[in-house]
Design a protein. Sequence first.
Length: 133
Amino acid sequence: MTERPCIADYMAVDLVLFKPEFEILHAMNTLLGKRLSGAPVVDDEGRLVGVLSKKDCLRAALNGAYYQEWGGQVDAYMSANPKTLDAGLDLVTAAEWFLNSDYRRFPVLRGGKLVGQISRGDILRALLDNWSA
């Protein structure tokens, strides 16, 4: 039996990363400018502590519009304790994770360390590459 391809072969490894203390407006502009739906948030040791998504940024923007006070730090708006996938996970199982969640991307860990990020589009491209005629 042939081993199934794993997500490590298709994940993005050149990531935009945020620190918890980064200014939220800077992070918003970065996500919009790079057309990203979200990015990992890491501490000074590079450990994953959260994910900042456009949805999180929308909450910050709405808060700013409502209270007329824009700003704050990423850690006030990020989603802490994000769901992650292991780098060795096969493509089919990863696709099932996406189908059973609302997430557009997952941080990818190997041995507990952040090594990449995988998106719905990455999985779709990988499945097409591996199983289309």
